[in-house]
Design a protein around this ligand. Structure first.
Ligand code: ITT
Length: 203
């Protein structure tokens, strides 16, 4: 069975991506299985560049096919911020709750119709020799005025999904994993099963 390393330090991403890949005959590992890998600097200026940096770094150090996800929240009223800075938005060491609080405070005078936003995810899959494929996913929504819900991670409690009338954190995890930016990008990558070297099983 082929191995795929999910190259992320974010446990929320590991959970969601593992679920999405569960139908493939793959031995799925994550960075937690390779504690000696040096941390990589995300020096890119786009989600795509950073996803490629992370996937190639992990593939090189593990010698295994590796999948990285670079993602974030783009808020129209903030000219697309926090974008690629989403995990560092409120400074190093800040919690998800602190990032959400900062976001809501910056938008306190923004009227409902201007609170449009999207989650964006780029997935890069790299082989140890550096061959790389890129997949993209977007999920549109609105920024709420208060955090709501306890599922998911990151900005999920302040991201309202109009089709469901709930925040992403109020939706059951299996629903998020049907409609999210990450689900779309990972599902697109499944069409390239031969790149993974694994066939989808019949489940
Ligand atoms: P890795 O780089 O190790 O994968 P990270 O969390 O730092 O972990 P990113 O640099 O891609 O990853 O930053 C993504 C941030 O965007 C993440 O920390 C959240 O704040 C936000 N984000 C991404 N996807 C999200 C989701 O599904 N729900 C809520 N917030 C999300």
């Amino acid at each position: 069975m082929k191995t795929l390393v999910i190259a992320t330090t974010n446990p929320g991403k590991v959970k969601e991506i593992s679920r999405l890949l569960a139908g493939l005959s793959l031995n799925i590992l994550s960075l937690a299985d390779f504690p000696a890998i040096p941390q990589v600097e995300e020096t890119g200026s786009t989600f795509t560049e950073n996803a490629i940096i992370k996937a190639r770094h992990a593939a090189k150090y593990t010698g295994e096919m590796s999948l990285a996800d670079d993602s974030g929240l783009e808020v129209d009223a903030l000219d697309g911020k926090p974008g690629i800075q989403s995990s560092r938005f409120a400074g190093p060491g800040a919690t998800d709750a602190q990032r959400n609080k900062l976001l809501l405070s910056l938008l306190k005078d923004t009227p409902d119709e201007k609170r449009t936003a999207r989650f964006h995810c780029v997935v890069a899959i790299a082989s140890p020799s550096g061959e790389t494929q890129i997949f993209d996913g977007v999920c549109e929504g609105l920024i709420t005025r208060e955090p709501r819900g306890a599922h998911g991670f990151g900005y999920d409690p302040v991201f309202f999904v109009p089709e469901y009338g709930k925040t992403m954190a109020e939706l059951p995890p299996e629903v998020k994993n049907e409609i999210s930016h990450r689900a779309k990008a990972v599902k697109a990558s499944l069409c390239f099963g031969s790149f993974f070297g694994a066939e989808a099983d019949s489940r």
